[in-house]
Design a protein. Structure first.
Length: 627
């Protein structure tokens, strides 16, 4: 081993050239009592002024005496069975050395390992020795501190001037000891859980042990500020990934916003939770409707539309009905009550005016000023929901509340945030309404997936309403129920917007989500249905032959040439594509069914039929005797 390689394994190295001083690895050194020098023959010379032997020093470094001599020129590279990583000194509360823990890396096995040692009669003994204490026990003299899973994270936080402690044996059932709890009595503690099953279980066990003993207990989930946290990720990983400034800002924000730990939140989670459970063992729970089937308690409803269409006016009307319990048309409000609204797009006086114009009970509607400072997971929101016992919470618009570090176009970031939001709503037994803008190029998407952002956003919702302008009446708006996960979709609601944003319910519309796709495509195409070339040709053919029938491709082209001045298609393939594009509209608007590729008398062509609605149904009724 070279002199430089040897020095690189020491801590607190000072000096240059062939003479160095360092912290002795064989005892709890704080004053660089180890001298290291390089002899003329390349031999490494070490001397501990505290009295540690050379053998103790190299053993504590995971080396042998042979490593103090220069390697022969052709000596093959030798891979150590274990490589030194770090060592951690355990002390009593006054900083007096008790024992040390050394962290190793086993390169052949690709895993970490630990060893313990302490001093007996001036010599190192390879076992722990002394009472089991928290790592960095002197930090418990302070009033508030962090609890992390291991010594590495303690050192990370110490480097950023944050006091922290950890248990001596990592995470695992029963590894949080009674003496640890005793040392933290009356303290304010924040427990940072590692992002894996074992780490979360250990953090929960620690929080439960400290509840009622510590002055304050918080259980921190790093994924709330670091959505991309990997499996087994910890606070050291977060600070490395986010950078020290952003990472510390996120940690302090998480600490500030996390509510006090409540054991009741975890009362129904068994310690030995099963990984597999039979469906028969799960009790059925029917959906709890607030306004069936549009708004469900404990779940999310997304109301989406283009800007200026009237989605916020619709929500304010719904809020008014929830605060009073009045039905919407003939749809009951099954759970009236208080509503909490958070909006960054409308001033509070404007919102108040809209709710009032809709006959809402203003004493049951509450706002949160400066809503732009909150995210879906801000504890202030959960606290406000609980304080006013809200039955509904409203967010306007979606992107303003995802959080500054969440990319709304990434499913792996949006889904966890929304899942935790709905967990809060389920726990509080309140519904959640989220207003969203639709994308500029969303006309070619299904009606469900037209909101800005990842498709996981509408996927996380139990209900989605798309608001459009009535294509037949520009003064009317239609709220089309395009998704309902737990019941058949509801009727499309028609309304107009009046003074102060109040709305008037006009009734129901037959327009469905499928119709919406046709309307949108028609709008984007810029050609009215009745002006479509094929529509004109087919209607002319039916006028000439009211009963319908067969026409060859040449007959259709000839009629088109006379009527339009040009043939409406080039070949049968193009004709089929164009017919498919307008087939639903042909059926809905003119009752025509067009089949392409039909054959008659050896010729290929189309067949047009006039669809007729059934005039009645034959029903057999049996009496109670089975007759």
């Amino acid at each position: 081993m070279t002199f430089e390689e040897f020095c690189s394994r020491l801590q607190g190295v000072e000096g240059k050239g062939k003479q160095r001083t360092a912290l002795c690895p064989a005892h709890g050194d704080k004053h660089q009592s180890l001298s290291v020098s390089e002899g003329e023959d390349g031999k490494i010379l070490v001397k501990c002024h505290y009295g540690c032997s050379t053998q103790d020093i190299v053993s504590a470094m995971g080396l042998t005496m042979q490593d103090l001599f220069p390697e022969p020129a052709k000596r093959p590279e030798r891979k150590l069975k274990r490589e030194f990583v770090a060592e951690y000194h355990y002390t009593d509360i006054d900083g007096n050395f008790l024992f040390k823990k050394t962290r190793w890396w086993l390169p052949l096995e690709r895993r970490k390992d630990f060893s313990w040692s302490h001093k007996e009669g001036g010599r190192w003994v390879s076992k722990r020795g002394g009472p089991q204490v928290l790592y960095n026990l002197p930090a418990t003299k302070l009033d508030s501190l962090y609890i992390v899973e291991g010594e590495k994270d303690v050192e990370t936080l110490k480097a950023h001037n944050l006091p922290a402690v950890s248990g001596a044996d990592g995470a695992g059932k029963g590894k949080w000891l009674p003496q640890y709890t005793e040392a933290l009595k009356g303290k304010e503690v924040a427990i940072i859980q590692d992002n894996d099953k074992n780490g979360k279980a250990f953090a929960l066990e620690t929080a439960q042990a400290l509840t009622g003993k510590a002055k304050s207990v918080k259980l921190l989930d790093l994924s709330r500020v670091w959505p991309d946290i990997p499996e087994k990720g910890d606070v050291s990983d977060m600070l490395e990934a986010m950078g020290p400034v952003e990472g510390m800002r996120a940690l302090l924000k998480l600490t500030r916003e996390t509510p006090e730990f409540s054991p009741e939140q975890y009362a129904n989670i068994p310690a030995d939770k099963k990984s597999i459970i039979a469906a028969a063992d799960i009790p059925y729970e029917p959906p709890r409707w607030q306004i069936p089937p549009y708004i469900q308690q404990g779940k999310g409803t997304l109301i989406q539309a283009d800007s200026g269409v009237g989605k916020t006016a619709l929500v304010c009307a719904i809020v008014a009905h929830i605060t009073t319990g009045r039905p919407i048309l003939d749809i009951p409000v099954r759970r009236p009550g208080n509503v909490l609204m958070l909006s960054v797009e409308d001033d509070l006086p404007v919102l108040r005016g809209r709710i009032e114009a809709n006959g809402g009970d203003l004493s049951k509607c509450f706002f949160m000023p400066d809503a732009a400072g909150f995210s879906f997971l801000s504890p202030e929101i959960e606290k406000a929901v609980q304080e006013i016992q809200a039955v509904t919470v409203v967010f306007d618009p979606l992107q303003a509340f995802l959080g500054e570090r969440v990319d709304m176009f990434k499913a792996n970031q949006t889904r966890p945030v929304l899942a935790k939001l709905f967990e809060m709503c389920d726990h509080a037994d309140c519904s959640c309404i989220i207003i969203a803008h639709t994308g500029k190029s969303s006309f070619d998407k299904s009606p469900v997936n037209r909101s800005l952002g990842s498709v996981d956003i509408p996927a996380a919702m139990r209900s989605v309403l798309q608001v459009i302008q009535n294509p037949d009446n520009e003064d009317e708006r239609i709220a089309i129920h395009v998704k309902c996960s737990n019941a058949p979709k509801g009727k499309s609601l028609v309304y107009t917007i009046g003074d102060r944003g109040g709305i008037r319910w006009e009734g129901y519309s037959d327009i469905t989500g499928e119709d919406l796709s046709l309307i949108t495509k028609r709008k984007e195409k810029g050609i009215p249905y009745e002006r479509e070339p094929l529509v004109q040709v087919f209607n002319q053919l039916m006028a000439d032959r009211p009963g319908g029938g067969f026409w060859s491709y040449e007959d259709v082209k000839s009629t088109g040439l006379k009527l339009l001045g040009f043939p409406p298609f080039v070949d049968s393939r193009e004709l089929k594509q164009k017919v498919n594009a307008v087939a639903k509209e042909l059926l809905q608007n003119d009752g025509l069914i067009v089949k392409v590729g039909e054959k008659s008398n050896g010729m290929r062509g189309i067949r047009i039929e006039q669809y007729e609605h059934p005039t009645g149904y034959q029903i057999t009724i049996h009496d109670g005797e089975g007759r």
